[in-house]
Ligand binder design. Structure first.
Ligand code: 5GP
Length: 114
């Protein structure tokens, strides 16, 4: 599968402000934050989009949410609330084709989004 900019963050050849890391998951602050807290959570395994998730990836994908919960708590967002966003394909705004969850918080978040 095609490598992306996130592959370079995983192998540490591109610097990032990493806030969480396990053997399977890494999370770092977004370079262009849309809120006071904007963190990108990714599997180290290269999965391009939600469309490419296989049943065997279910546990790994679940761990993205476990990471989100842990990070939200450490960022002080657990009680006030936060949003998790996954864009799938260009039509939904996906620009980096390595599966990722946006964790956004620290300001009021409108619903429904634009
Ligand atoms: P998408 O639009 O694909 O859902 O989200 C990709 C996100 O990755 C964007 O919010 C963008 O700002 C972020 N991003 C793109 N390149 C880099 C980078 O080199 N470093 C970091 N930390 N974030 C990046």
């Amino acid at each position: 599968m095609a490598e992306t900019i996130f592959s370079k963050i995983i192998d540490k050849s591109l610097p990032a402000d990493i806030v969480y890391e396990t053997d399977e998951i890494i999370a770092f602050r977004d370079i262009s934050p849309q809120a006071p807290t904007h963190i990108i959570i990714i599997p180290k395994k290269q999965i391009s989009t939600v469309n490419d998730i296989e049943l065997d990836d279910a546990a790994l994908v679940g761990k993205l949410f476990v990471a989100a919960k842990v990070i939200a708590k450490s960022e002080g967002l657990a009680d006030d609330g936060y949003r998790l966003v996954v864009n799938c394909q260009e039509g939904a705004g996906q620009t980096v084709f390595h599966l990722h969850v946006h964790l956004i918080g620290g300001r009021s978040l409108l619903w429904p989004p634009g």
